[in-house]
Design a protein around this ligand. Structure first.
Ligand SMILES: [Fe+2]
Length: 257
């Protein structure tokens, strides 16, 4: 039967929506409660909706009532601090799974390439229902930062680099595309990440905000690209060797960012 997916994401696996006027909203993310949860770099997360309605970041498929990344439970103590963020997450009208703010400490392009991962959004997702994808709304004005998306983790021939100024909005099939953020600078980056179920509601939202399947790549010098790729190769080989020495297989699929 297969899953219900958005035609808009079929070609590249992502769409970039019109930019949101972030300056109009208060900086609600600063007042939220964060938990340490390392994922794709030095990170913390502030959940707004989680599997059990608690301030934690566990996978929806674990513990009691295991399920795919759908039917997230809103956390009242967080929701009351961030009404605009909740409004934006709910605007598409699509089912919301996890919804949370990521706080990412500064890193480099090489770090980002090492951090590239695929999410596990659709574990336990019943066949014939909507495929879970994720929305990324950049909150801080990270003019020198960009999201990196690849078809293949170690192959730079298909690499999309999406700029991350305040108000940047993209939707990504994060189970299909390898992804992570490059965030140079001094201050942490904050981004609202929401799991949405694909379907007519999400399609209408993408159309309303002019979802684009191709945008110009954020420009990075060839020197940095090549050095980053070489460093990714070196670090992945070092990790594989360390895991092999312990008799473990490499774990390349993560679920929490
Ligand atoms: Fe992720």
């Amino acid at each position: 039967m297969g899953y219900i997916k958005s035609a808009a994401l079929e070609e590249t696996g992502y769409v970039v929506l019109d930019r949101y006027n972030q300056e109009l909203d208060p900086q609600e993310w600063l007042d939220l409660e964060y938990v340490d949860w390392k994922s794709s770099g030095d990170t913390r997360f502030a959940p707004l909706a989680s599997k059990d309605g608690e301030i934690e970041c566990g996978g929806f498929w674990s513990g009691k009532t295991p399920r795919t990344d759908k039917d997230g439970i809103w956390i009242p103590s967080q929701v009351e601090k961030a009404p605009n963020l909740v409004r934006r997450a709910q605007e598409p009208g699509a089912n919301v799974g996890r919804c949370r703010i990521i706080e990412l400490q500064p890193n480099t392009y090489a770090d980002c390439l090492y951090n590239l991962h695929q999410d596990d959004n659709n574990r336990l997702n019943p066949d014939g229902t909507g495929w879970v994808v994720r929305g990324f709304f950049n909150l801080t004005d990270d003019k020198d930062s960009f999201f990196v998306l690849r078809d293949n983790r170690t192959d730079p021939s298909v690499e999309y680099r999406i700029a991350l100024p305040a108000g940047a909005q993209l939707i990504v099939d994060t189970q299909r595309l390898w992804h992570a953020a490059t965030h140079p600078g001094k201050d942490p980056r904050y981004c609202l990440i929401t799991s949405w179920t694909s379907g007519p509601e999400l399609d209408a939202y993408i159309e309303k905000y002019n979802g684009r399947t191709h945008v110009p790549n954020y420009e990075v010098s060839q020197e940095i690209l090549e050095a980053g790729q070489a460093e990714q190769t070196r670090r992945l080989a070092a990790r594989a060797a360390a895991l092999a020495a312990r008799g473990q297989a490499d774990q390349t699929v993560m679920s929490e960012a």
